[in-house]
Ligand binder design. Sequence first.
Ligand SMILES: NC(=O)c1ccc[n+]([C@@H]2O[C@H](COP(=O)([O-])OP(=O)(O)OC[C@H]3O[C@@H](n4cnc5c(N)ncnc54)[C@H](O)[C@@H]3O)[C@@H](O)[C@H]2O)c1
Ligand SMILES: O=C(O)CC[C@@H](O)C(=O)O
Length: 390
Amino acid sequence: MYKIKTYNKISVKGLDRFDRSKYEVASDINSPDGYILRSHKLHDEALPESVKAVARAGAGTNNVPVAEYSKKGVVVFNAPGANANAVKELVLSGMLLGSRGIIPGMNWAQSLTDMTDAAEMSALMEKQKSNFAGSELTGKTLGIVGLGAIGSLIADTALALGMKVIGYDPALSVEAAWRLPSQVARAENLQSLLARCDYVTLHVPAIEATHHLINEESLKSVKEGAVLLNFAREAIVDAAAVVQSLDAKKLRMYICDFPEPILLGRDDVYAMPHIGASTAEAEENCAIMGADQLMDYLENGNIRNSVNFPAVQMERSGPGARITFCNDNVSGVLGHVLSVLADNSVNVVDMVNKSRGDIAYNIIDVEQAPADDVVAAIKAVEHVITVRVI
Ligand SMILES: NC(=O)c1ccc[n+]([C@@H]2O[C@H](COP(=O)([O-])OP(=O)(O)OC[C@H]3O[C@@H](n4cnc5c(N)ncnc54)[C@H](O)[C@@H]3O)[C@@H](O)[C@H]2O)c1
Ligand SMILES: O=C(O)CC[C@@H](O)C(=O)O
């Protein structure tokens, strides 16, 4: 029986993927084999030795201490693209909120509770509505920082709205580049993007390189009257610098998914409570993807969409057994493990070995399950981190 510990509210559609004859799934469980979670922060929690993999039912993995888990051989999965459409739609609504007097206009209309005469109210509306006039998105320029799953969907939508789109992504993958509409102009650097855009939206991961990407210095380049949208992560934007820019009437608005005390109570900030991925569809997609990846790893050792391990998949080669192990990515480890198997007359049927950064991962199908002492001998090979027989 595998044990899965859940954190946060995970969609039932995802949890239902776990066959309960093989899996125990609960938020309170001892010695779990795996975690499935959303934004729960794992940094301050001890990791039980039993945990083999963590599935983040979402895109960002900054709530998981990935580097520490890698050293322990724990595979961390995410769900790339599974909530991208939900975020795209919220960013679109953010742009609309930033272009028209929607929120102040509605707030004003809702405040007229003392009025009882409809004709009088109608006349007042017509008189006051110019206070809530805005401008259109069509013809404006949108800058997208980070052109991955979310950024590329936003580019499509903005172009369909008749906006001009400029993108900046120094780490763009070839796959992501293929997905991009050809009309997206490329900015050589963040400064040149900021200088040319009426709206700027951020879709980069929260990593060291993106910490306070938007700061006092970069905001000096921003076009006067621009709207900044941050539906990526709090840490990417220095909120104090944004407030300074708003006060100086350089940035016109800051629209984000990450309220901070310094941002509240201002008319030029709209802060939502991290609801970018909070749609039934996105929650389902993420939970299903996370659960499927976790099960395939626990049962077959296959790895898809990991953020710290290489992608490795191999069909089962027959009725024998499967040995999986991960090791520090140094030479000689696989050879050493294969000699342990040969010395113990364990015949290898098929195998695959891949590496990513400091980690190497191996799947070896063998004719018969190795005895416990053989598994122990593999575990004892220098640089081997974890071994499983499945
Ligand atoms: N608000 C929410 O609820 C919500 C939901 C989903 C994702 N997110 C956040 O959005 C981020 C992006 O999600 P995604 O699905 O598009 O991820 P993704 O991995 O598909 O795309 C991220 C893109 O950022 C690029 N990038 C990395 N460093 C960069 C830099 N310094 N400058 C410019 N580009 C850089 C990468 O090359 C990649 O193309 C996630 O990491 C997560 O933090 C937030
Ligand atoms: O799970 C959520 O609600 C948020 C997910 C989002 O921040 C992500 O990075 O995918």
